[in-house]
Design a protein. Sequence first.
Length: 268
Amino acid sequence: MSLDTVISRSNLLADDEVPPVLEVNDNGRSPFVFTCDHYGRLIPRALGQLGLPEEELVRHIAWDIGIAGVATALARMLDAHLIAQRYSRLVIDCNRPWEAPSSIPMISEATTIPGNEGLTREAADARRSAIFAPYHRRIETVLGQRQQDRRPTILVSLHSFTPVYAGIKRPWHVGTLYHRNTRLPPLLLQLLRKEGDLVVGDNEPYAVSDATDYTIPVHGERRGLMNTGIEIRQDLIDEPFGQEQWAERLARILTEIEAVFGAEHLPV
């Protein structure tokens, strides 16, 4: 099923509800294009709270805590285009293939999601149509236009991760995520480790794959773009001060990466 077909079925969001896609610097001059699949935690009015109390909806299971502030600040610092998704990953996870069981999770970590149980195919399609498809269609459109305009492009998918998952502590401050790309991630790892005060994960706390991820495999790898994912530990960016610090750090590192590769060596 194509994104165009899914979009045509959209009826979940009312006209007065927040649209799923948020953009910053849509005319940004930087070669970097940032995506943020888990930027927000909104839930369509028709779905209530998915049967969950508010304390669950502010946890990491609902969104990537802190990454919104980092992504927005970073895009402005670099004059880079940010494309972000405002609705909760509990409604539909925009970094999962929509045929994957985790696309609309029935359990996240140890929390059962009552509003996701027993969904009809039509109900699932409505979520894909209203949220998943417009977000990924916008990324497709932007990258396609940049390619047509022969603008050098580096795709970076921004995420954050919980310090403790299923009772297991995660030691990394930041991790780089990648699959087939072998140019950008090694340099990013080297520069992050050069900082001296960071525990840096190499494909930690997650590794990218076609079965478990969507943004990097579809928008980065299929287009042949240089790409990477960046994961920041949430306790480091759960307040504005930490978000600004990390945006400044990443801006400095990514600027160095841009200088190393040079526009003439970047895919278009």
